[in-house]
Design a protein around this ligand. Structure first.
Ligand code: RB5
Length: 147
């Protein structure tokens, strides 16, 4: 699996730890879309660049990190085809895969510690989408329909 990862200036070192964790534990290729600078880097740009890579198929999944995970996750969800879960506990990470087929994960470097972040990554990477009754709803998300 190829995973895209991106972040704003708040989460540079934190992102590097998560990237190395995935590479070591899973042997997946993790493509770093930056930033790797401590200079201010606007989270909407970081979210969009990773989301575009997921939407285009350049990578299969995306992980984005900012201070809260909120801004960068909102940015990702503005790209067609993206279902980005913004979460800080493993139940939502699991359900986002089973029910929503979430193709991106967002969390906050200022909100959760690295060990909890690794747990979210583990759950999110290893949980399969259930399909079935959820497929119609995911299709509605993809089409932008609400009725
Ligand atoms: C940056 O100060 C901060 O606003 C950003 O990392 C993020 O938390 C936004 O949602």
């Amino acid at each position: 699996m190829r995973i895209g990862i991106g972040n704003d200036h708040v989460a540079v070192e934190y992102k590097q730890t998560i990237k190395q964790y995935i590479e070591k534990e899973y042997g997946y290729e993790v493509i770093d879309f930056g930033t790797n600078s401590s200079e201010r880097f606007d989270y909407p740009i970081a979210g969009k660049v990773v989301a575009n890579a997921v939407a285009s198929g350049e990578v299969e999944r995306g992980i984005v990190i900012c201070g809260t995970g909120v801004g960068i996750g909102i940015a990702a969800n503005k790209v067609n085809g993206i279902r980005c879960v913004i979460c800080s506990e493993p139940y939502s990470a699991r359900m986002s895969r089973q029910h929503n087929d979430a193709n991106m994960l967002s969390f906050g470097a200022r909100v959760i510690g690295l060990e909890l972040a690794k747990m979210l990554v583990d759950v999110w990477l290893t949980t399969e989408y259930e399909g079935g009754r959820h497929a119609k709803r995911v299709q509605m998300l993809n089409e932008g329909t609400t009725s």
